[in-house]
Ligand binder design. Structure first.
Ligand code: HEM
Length: 412
């Protein structure tokens, strides 16, 4: 028997660097494609990804309904089910993204309550000040890495400030977070998985210390709010608070930083769109939606097939399999967007799937949008054009798409 063709290989560095041509080929021939390497059934078109996010026959977890023995029929478990990675599994146990109702509903309600529009809006002046300082420092020194010097400190400062992580601990949080999320790649090598597990353990220990401090001396921050909150008369236990805080700290900056870098790069490559944005401030919000559509920071999310009758785009996918909802491909589907590979800030269409959909729709979307508005607003005021300088480095890996370094000219 011949091996099935590897139509799409997310571990190929050239695909990770620019996945869009590979998406386009796959999307035209295969609305659904099972990767022989990972066992994941990739869903490639906008309408199907959009519908899948809301489909009750799919779930972020199966353990609320089945044991692994009775459930798994096709494909492997994600790596954190491996007994070698118990610390990562302990974090995942209460990771909101991996929960299903009723646990998900309760925990999410609590976090949403703490994330009020007022709490988020309070971050705007803090973000404005930080971005202004960083841009001024770049002008003075003559060098500005928009990923490292602006977007990363911005997102990290905002989420850490909201949660109550002191400034002295933020660099350590950043390093741990980068290592933990390595586990979510489609096929991480053993070394990366071991590093993710170690980082999860350290991160949990750090968070446990922070929790103990806040129990002793509550403050006006989200962590104190989570410790104080009750669901149906019950408080969250430490394991639940720990996973929630870790998730917020990681989700709160990984994707936003990458979104910022991808957006800056898109404008650098399309100076006429930058001119348009600078000529009309009302285009700031639609421009941000277009950057998110055009080059999303998160490429796909996985779901388990929980029922026997699941079918997508005419293809039956067996219970126990995993589907990969391909955001990057869906956002460039010509069935949904005319000329999808053209970056056009006046599309007036914010139907991109970059923040997901259904019950897990990104809880931090308003915060991410605020950060991007502040950043692009300040850049548009300061720079008549965006010029990327030599030395830009894309992050390795497929799932998290962005720049680890993106130097731009700090003055026009
Ligand atoms: C541009 C930036 C961001 C993007 C593109 C993004 C994208 C996403 C996506 C696609 C999901 C859904 C995952 C799934 O369905 O399995 C999600 C969930 C989530 N995001 Fe974001 N995110 C961003 C920023 C943030 C920020 C700043 C925060 C922090 C406060 C955050 C917190 C969360 C949380 C807590 C969830 C889980 C929600 C749930 O499971 O109910 N995100 N995000």
């Amino acid at each position: 028997m011949t091996e099935p063709e590897l139509l799409f290989d997310p571990t190929d560095p050239t695909v990770a660097l620019d996945p869009f041509p590979a998406y386009a080929r796959l999307r035209e021939t295969h609305p659904v494609w099972r990767s022989p390497a990972s066992g994941i059934w990739f869903v490639t078109r906008h309408a199907d990804v959009h519908a899948s996010w809301r489909d009750k026959r799919l779930g972020s977890s199966f353990s609320h309904r089945y044991t692994a023995e009775e459930f798994l029929t096709d494909g492997a478990l994600p790596p954190w089910y491996d007994a070698r990675y118990p610390d990562f599994a302990a974090f995942e146990r209460w990771d909101l993204i991996s929960l299903e109702p009723p646990d998900h509903t309760k925990l999410r309600r609590l976090v949403v309550e703490a994330f009020t529009p007022r709490t988020i809006e309070r971050q705007r002046p803090i973000a404005q000040r930080l971005v202004a300082e960083r841009l001024a420092a770049g002008r003075e020194s003559g060098s500005l890495d928009v990923a490292r010097d602006v977007a990363e400190p911005l997102s990290l400062a905002i989420i850490c400030d909201l949660i109550g992580v002191p400034p002295s601990d933020r660099a350590a949080i950043l390093a741990l977070s980068h290592d933990v999320v390595g586990m979510y790649e489609p096929q991480p090598p053993d070394e990366k998985k071991a590093r993710a597990n170690d980082a999860a353990r350290e991160f949990m220990q750090y968070t446990a210390g922070l929790i103990a401090e806040r129990r002793r001396a509550p403050a006006d921050d989200l962590l104190s709010g989570l410790l104080d909150a009750t669901i149906d008369g019950e408080r969250l236990d430490d394991a639940q608070v720990t996973s929630t805080v870790m998730l917020l700290l990681m989700a709160g900056h990984e994707a936003s930083v990458n979104a910022a870098g991808n957006g800056v790069a898109a404008f650098a490559a399309h100076p006429e769109q930058w001119d348009l944005l600078r000529s009309d401030g009302s285009l700031l919000k639609p421009a941000i939606e277009e950057t998110l559509r055009f080059d999303p920071p998160l490429q796909f999310f996985q779901r388990w097939v929980l029922e026997h009758d699941f079918e997508v785009a005419g293809t039956s996918v067996p219970r126990g399999a995993r589907v990969g909802l391909m955001i990057g491909s869906a956002n460039r589907d010509p069935r949904r967007y005319p000329e999808p590979d053209v970056f056009r800030i006046v599309r007036g269409d914010a139907s991109h799937l970059s923040f997901g959909g259904g019950i897990h729709f990104c809880l931090g979307a308003p915060l991410a949008r605020l950060e991007l508005e502040v950043l692009f607003g300040a850049l548009a005021e300061a720079l008549p054009r965006i010029e990327v300088l030599p030395g830009a480095v894309r992050r390795p890996g497929f799932q998290f798409r962005g720049y680890s370094s993106l130097p731009i000219a700090p003055t026009a």
